[in-house]
Design a protein around this ligand. Sequence first.
Ligand SMILES: [Zn+2]
Length: 257
Amino acid sequence: TIFPDGRTLQIGTVHNLGQNFSKTFEITFENINGVQEYAYQTCYGMSDRVIASIIAIHGDEKGLCLMPCIAPIQIVIIPIWFKGVKKEINKEAEKIKEELSDFRVHIDYREVRPGSKFFDWEIKGVPLRIEVGPKDIENNVVTAVRRDNGEKIKLGRENLKAQVKELLAKISEDMRSKAWEKFRNRIEEAKNMEEAKKLAGERKVIKTYWCGKEECAKSIEDEISLDILGITEEVKGKTCIYCKGEAKFTVHLAKTY
Ligand SMILES: [Zn+2]
């Protein structure tokens, strides 16, 4: 993926192991001719770099911003206490928690100002905050606030579960498309070395074309001070950015972690 500073992070890997390990462990299969053969293996790896990516890609100046599917707490309920109605508000908060038992919900009963609570849960990236105050009870609503864009929404008390479910789905979808948009905007095509150098200065990930010769790859990396991230796909009708010969592959260039 691409981090906000324009450098790329390799999250997952795909390896073609061939028959190396199946020979060692004697993993065989019967082929179409009834002959035993060593199996061909591939291996896919994902590491805790995924967590670093989540923090960097979705986080903002307020802190973490977690997608509902992975958030340990999806909804935090903040009771807004006023003199004389504390008990009633807590009762309502418990009722809401029970109605939303399909989700991971936490009620923050700490004896601190609501503002401090908002701040704490924003840092931790809880996707949705629900505020319950005397006015909300009076109007038969709750106040929901999205972590991803700060939007404040009044939800009617009827069918709260369905409304919250829809809202969390919307948050996920918006976060996903926002991240993809940022990703795509980072990649730009360079047709020659001058363009590539200019884009490198703008911290872009560069899409370009390469003939397949190692000396060209080395010169490209040296002169632009970026790494070739690997071959993206085979290509026809394009010229190598360095030698101007026929290009065989599309490649991406970037600074990497
Ligand atoms: Zn070349």
